[in-house]
Design a protein around this ligand. Structure first.
Ligand SMILES: [Cu+2]
Length: 186
């Protein structure tokens, strides 16, 4: 100990008591947010007729948001569907869901999880609906629920499911086509 401690002190340029303090501070900074319970949010997912076809459940932790999307049988056409966070929490125009505007995107990034100039903040993996039209998915995103520019900002945001799959590269929405389902996040 008599040898090791002075060596550590030298390496850090600090006396032993100061090292202990610095370690405590680093520990606090690292662990404090993790003791906070994740922020949660739930909302129904509605189709172009305004019918509820499923549910969106979000848990937002200190560093990552985890979202579960559940669609009941008959809710979607079988196959892959693009899924994004759109900028405005408005699903009232059920025919097209155009009120939800474009993707959440505060820094003019290009669309696409596979785009070298992307992704934008609204980009998410595709969701797969089975032969019966039901789907279950859990995905993560670095876009947060709260805070400035978060999903629950002044005008909220919307989870949109598209008619076709997102190729994760082409502009503006990866060829995902029409908006077939929407959930308000506010
Ligand atoms: Cu979209």
């Amino acid at each position: 100990m008599t040898r090791i401690l002075p060596l550590l002190a030298l390496a850090a340029g600090l006396a032993p008591p100061a090292i202990a303090l610095a370690q405590d501070a680093a520990k606090d900074a690292k662990e404090a947010p993790k003791s906070t319970e994740p922020q949660t949010f739930e909302a129904p997912i509605r189709n172009n007729k305004g019918e509820t076809i499923g549910e969106l459940k979000i848990r937002d932790g200190a560093n990552t948001l985890v979202m579960r999307v559940t669609v009941q049988p008959g809710g979607l056409t079988p196959g892959w569907h693009g899924m994004h966070f759109h900028a405005v929490g408005d699903c009232s125009d059920t025919e097209k869901f155009a009120n939800s505007k474009a993707h959440v995107n505060h820094d003019q990034s290009k669309h696409g999880l596979l785009n070298p100039d992307g992704p934008d903040e609204g980009d998410l993996p595709n969701i797969f609906a089975g032969a019966d039209g039901s789907a279950n998915a859990e995905v993560s995103s670095e876009t947060s629920l709260g805070g400035e520019g978060g999903l629950k900002d002044a005008d909220g945001s919307a989870l949109i499911l598209h008619a076709k799959e997102d190729d994760h590269t082409s502009q503006p929405i990866g060829g995902a086509g029409d908006r077939v389902a929407c959930a308000v996040i506010k």
